[in-house]
Design a protein around this ligand. Structure first.
Ligand SMILES: NC(=O)C1=CN([C@@H]2O[C@H](COP(=O)(O)OP(=O)(O)OC[C@H]3O[C@@H](n4cnc5c(N)ncnc54)[C@H](OP(=O)(O)O)[C@@H]3O)[C@@H](O)[C@H]2O)C=CC1
Ligand SMILES: Nc1nc(=O)c2c([nH]1)NC[C@@H]1CN(c3ccc(C(=O)N[C@@H](CCC(=O)O)C(=O)O)cc3)C=[N+]21
Length: 296
């Protein structure tokens, strides 16, 4: 069997297009232009690339982009003062603080200082609690993008066995919540899981969010399963840098029914969902109906 390739890049282009046309309507009918503020502390080159591409996509969708670059040694008080100002700024509908933060800053404290209504990453404890109790919230972008692709491929996810490998607050846990919300039977696996191979083989839906290049081989995949590869790992091969996921693509694609590639899978959907969340936040802030099909 050869898997269907789930084209995240094309899917993301579709989502961005829908966001852009909704933004155009908001502008024309209500004079509202949604705004996204991205805060980057320090000079991590990979983070700078992401922040630039987020800014570019934001502007392409017709929204305002505000970039705040702070020195690596910025104090917690300075960062919190910036977040306070952004919370109060009516032109800003979404706030994203790029992670990881330098070690001297308490990421939980910083994230929880963001107004939950502007928390387009969905990382604030209020949004985590709302998601966990099935209430309307801001949903983390990467898991939301994965859910959109899964719903598109399967129609209904009800009753399917889902295994999420990884239990981080930004990917694994919210991914598991969303799958549970769609009535999957969910298992969360991690570094202490016994017989991970056997656990993975039960999955109709296998989500890999581990951060270990090509860790999951094809013989861990149930024939016909859907494999969602969240991993973004930069490795050296044949003297070149290459981007690979957390699954061994070639062997998994032989067994799976469908699979997301890296690059061109989950990554582009993360950015598209960030724009979707910013639009959703702007609609909620103005008491307007939310865009359909762009939230969980
Ligand atoms: N495509 C995208 O848009 C995004 C991609 N990513 C990528 O996704 C991956 C995961 O990111 P993130 O969740 O932040 O990573 P974290 O490092 O925060 O979490 C990794 C998880 O994997 C588990 N793990 C580590 N080693 C093993 C192992 N040998 N067997 C089983 N489980 C293991 C850890 O378990 P334990 O808790 O026990 O330590 C942990 O729960 C990374 O490659 C990252 O770059 C992240 C965000 C967005
Ligand atoms: N507060 C916060 N929110 C985040 O959402 C967040 C973060 N911090 N820190 C870093 C991670 C990582 N992340 C990615 C986004 C897009 C791609 C992406 O578009 N990837 C392209 C390839 C890009 C390339 O070539 O490097 C792809 O997979 O096709 C990848 C990774 C968001 N993150």
């Amino acid at each position: 069997m050869s898997a269907k390739i789930i084209d995240g890049k094309a899917f993301a282009a579709g989502v961005r297009g829908r966001v852009a046309s909704h933004v155009a309507r908001l502008k024309a009918d209500h004079g509202i232009t949604p705004g996204l503020a991205v805060v980057l502390v320090g000079e991590d080159p990979a983070s700078e690339v992401y922040v630039r591409s987020k800014g570019k996509s934001t502007v392409e969708a017709g929204m305002n982009s505000y970039e705040h670059k702070l020195d690596a040694d910025t104090s917690e008080a300075t960062l919190l003062a910036l977040i306070d100002a952004l919370n109060k700024d009516p032109a800003v509908n979404g706030i994203l603080v790029q992670l990881p933060l330098p070690k001297h800053l308490d990421a939980d404290l910083v994230i929880n200082a963001i107004d939950p209504a502007k928390d387009v990453d969905g990382f604030h404890i209020s949004n985590v609690g709302l998601l966990g109790t099935g209430q309307k919230s801001m949903v983390p972008c990467t898991p939301l993008g994965c859910l959109m692709m899964l719903r598109d491929h399967h129609g209904s996810l009800s009753g399917l066995d889902a295994v999420v490998v990884g239990r981080s607050n930004i990917v694994g846990k919210p991914m598991a919540q969303l799958l549970l919300g769609d009535s999957c039977t969910v298992t969360i696996a991690h570094s202490r899981t016994k017989d991970l191979a056997e656990v993975c083989r039960r999955a109709d839906i296998l989500v890999a969010a581990v951060g270990r290049p090509e860790m999951i081989p094809g013989d861990w995949v149930k024939p016909g399963a859907t494999v969602i590869d969240v991993g973004i790992n930069r490795i050296e091969r044949d003297g070149k840098t290459k981007l690979v996921g957390d699954v061994h693509y070639a062997s998994c694609a032989e067994v799976a029914g469908a699979i997301t590639p890296v690059p061109g899978g989950v990554g582009p959907m993360t950015i598209a969902c960030l724009l979707a969340n910013t639009l959703t936040a702007a609609c909620r802030a103005n008491g307007l109906p939310e865009p359909e099909g762009l939230t969980a």
